[in-house]
Design a protein around this ligand. Structure first.
Ligand code: AMP
Ligand code: MG
Length: 518
């Protein structure tokens, strides 16, 4: 297929990417049809330029790092050339619904995200999506745009999460423009190209459930099963098996978020991936000073999505997903029996969240503490650490990173963890018990430290680091975006030349506020 663009001419390599994206592919989300999506071109973005580019994500797609240097790379990934694409290859906005802050919000949908199509490389298929590509039928009151600030944050964080080993959508690039966009103040527009196997959310299922469209609901579930969980077909009830997959991947995701101190900020059901990926980076934040009640989203006045509530919210969201799937569950019985069976089955599978999440988090906590074997008091030991971290507002990331330096034999050794606590006697009491517990381990200090440094990152995307990169980018200096991205690509490495990026947040960081505005 060729688009023979009329008003823009792409280089051969860019044209090849565009052709690939526009080609219809069996089993792709875009093939589900007009009940699921609306096709339309992206809104023009004047004089686009490359702000950030992930060579890692490009490699996933089989693209050379040099593509970003091609003059029309920004034209393609701003969405500008999509106005020349034929109708059946146009980008698409999908429709979904959802619960926002615990309340049914009705129809939402991709208000500013446009699916470009898929790229297949090395036997894997990835969907590409422009976030900030202009208004769609689902924009409601929004302008369809994303601002440079939030686009840089999404780009940096989704790549950082990947390198922390946490399932997430990826980001290929951020394209900027001087086009003004109004938020609390005037900002400029940007587009992030997100990359994921699928962008299907819990809210997609809730949408067809709430519209009483069981046929579309089944098509959607079949799409996810056939594409991502074909083994579910072998189960007695493939749709229950699909729910089970979502329960397990979400439980595991939440254990990973909690273990690294990641707060999503807007865990609405429309921001939950059916594949258990971290999706929709907005007012997210990593814990600095430990506070179990930390609320990263300034708009979340009730603290619904506070750090320690996240697992419970995930469970609540899965409940909404289960409800959305009910019409497909219950097996081949007559209506009365089927309905009851469906509810029982869904409840049983939802229980799996609890049996999966707690042990998954405990295992991660043991690894963070450097404990190889499970012992009865381990949980209590971890919980006591959290309570003194809370009382002392000790830095989450540095506390765990520095624990690796504690020697199981020598109480007078490295003090870098202890120094994070104002209440030294409280830390010393805990550290004594920790050392006693470590002496039951067979690994020596050095071996344990290596293992701990593989699970306790030194570098996370602290708000002030993102903010510094954003301030430079607003002045058209994008070098800090790339420098920071490079540091975050190796979060577990010591990188002594980048000590400043591992340091405690400066005083000015406490005045930073992130909200839903993006
Ligand atoms: P979020 O809270 O970012 O997950 O967004 C919730 C809903 O609002 C989704 O349907 C988004 O597509 C939509 N939305 C958010 N910002 C905008 C915007 N600037 N323009 C259009 N739609 C938006
Ligand atoms: Mg969203």
């Amino acid at each position: 297929m060729s688009f023979s663009p009329s008003s823009s001419t792409l280089s051969a390599s860019m044209q090849a990417i565009a052709d690939g994206l526009g080609s219809p592919r069996d089993g792709a989300f875009a093939q589900l049809g007009s009940r699921f999506l609306t096709r339309l071109p992206a809104a023009p973005l004047p004089a686009p330029y490359v702000v950030g580019f992930s060579a890692d994500t490009a490699a996933l797609l089989g693209l050379e790092p040099s593509v970003a240097d091609e003059p029309d790379f920004a034209e393609l990934f701003s969405g500008n050339t999509t106005r020349d694409w034929p109708g059946d290859a146009l980008p698409y906005a999908s429709v979904y619904s959802g619960h926002q802050f615990g309340v049914w919000a009705g129809q939402l949908g991709d208000g500013r995200a446009l699916g470009l199509g898929e790229i297949e490389h090395a036997g894997r298929r990835y969907e590409l999506q422009l976030k900030g590509g202009g208004r769609t039928p689902y924009s409601r009151m929004g302008d369809g745009r994303a601002v440079l600030r939030s686009s840089i944050r999404e780009y940096l964080c989704s790549e950082a999460m990947h390198h922390l080993g946490i399932p997430t959508t990826r980001a290929l690039c951020v394209i900027g423009s001087d086009q003004p966009v109004r938020r609390e103040e005037m900002e400029t527009a940007a587009v992030v190209t997100r990359v994921a196997p699928s962008f299907v959310r819990f809210g997609h299922f809730e949408h067809f459930y709430s519209n009483d469209d069981t046929d579309a609901l089944r098509m959607l579930a079949d799409h996810v099963i056939d594409r991502f969980h074909p083994h579910c077909r072998e189960a007695d009830d493939p749709y229950l098996a699909l729910l089970n997959e979502a329960v397990h991947s979400t439980a595991d995701l939440l254990a990973q978020w909690q273990a690294v101190g990641f707060c999503h900020g807007v865990m609405n059901t429309d921001n939950m991936s059916i594949l258990g990926l971290t999706i929709d980076y907005g007012p997210f934040g990593f814990l600095d000073a430990f506070d179990a009640n930390y609320i990263c989203n300034h708009s979340d006045t009730q603290g619904r999505y506070a750090y320690q509530r996240q697992p419970q919210v995930a469970y609540w969201n899965l409940f909404c997903l289960a409800q959305g799937l009910l019409p497909l569950l219950g097996g081949p019985h007559d209506e009365a029996v089927r309905g009851e069976r469906a509810i029982e089955d869904a409840q049983r599978v939802l229980e799996g969240f609890k049996t999966q999440f707690a042990p998954a988090l405990e295992a991660r906590m043991r690894a963070k503490l450097g404990l190889e074997n499970e012992r009865p008091g381990d949980d209590a030991l971890a919980n006591r650490l959290f309570s003194i971290m809370q009382a002392n507002r000790a830095d989450f990331t540095l506390t765990f990173r520095h624990l690796a330096r504690i020697s199981k034999h020598d109480a007078s050794g490295d003090t870098s963890a202890r120094d994070l606590f104002l209440d030294r006697p409280a830390f010393d009491a805990w550290a004594n018990d920790y050392r006693a517990r470590l002496s039951e381990e067979t690994r020596d200090d050095a071996t344990r430290a290596i293992a701990m440094n593989r699970v306790n990152p030194r570098f996370i995307l602290r708000n002030h680091l993102a903010e510094t990169a954003i301030r430079h980018a607003k002045e058209k200096d994008f070098s800090e975006v790339e420098r920071l991205a490079a540091v975050l690509r190796r979060p577990f490495d010591e990188q002594p030349e980048h000590d400043a990026y591992a340091a405690l947040p400066p005083d000015w960081a406490s005045t930073l506020e992130v909200s839903c505005s993006s």
